[in-house]
Design a protein around this ligand. Sequence first.
Ligand code: SME
Length: 157
Amino acid sequence: MSRHDPSLEEALAGVTAAIRDEADVRRAMERAVQILKQMVPAYTWVGIYLLEGNELVLGPFVGKPSPHTRIPLGAGICGAAATERKTIVVDDVNADPRYLACSIETKSEIVVPIMDADRVLGEIDIDSDQPAAFGAADRTVLEAVAAALAPRLSGTR
Ligand code: SME
């Protein structure tokens, strides 16, 4: 994706507004994943995991049901991103030994932690059927979405 992809910028404006305006935090997360999925065709599965103790628990998602509804912090690309507290982009999931398969069609993945200062609250996880689907623009937009979600999630605890 190009650095100034209009669809991504439009998605960011819509998601930020939805996250801000929805009174219910669960609904805010649902709107966020729906808007991202609709606006970026390369995103084939979009979900949010919430950290509960030492496990990531699947919250709202759009796409095929995932077998990974609870992921220990030590497992998967999801667990690695939460443990390292940083965004992880995997251009070829089949070449990454950490990868927990959700769908045979998935080729690449991005996981973006949702942080309140140093505390991980959850993460945004997106799969694509295209290899290397996630570039610098995707990372920037998704980190902004995570930053918008953080105060909503921390306020519910
Ligand atoms: N691929 C993830 C597991 C979650 S599914 O993609 C929805 C991982 O390796 O942690």
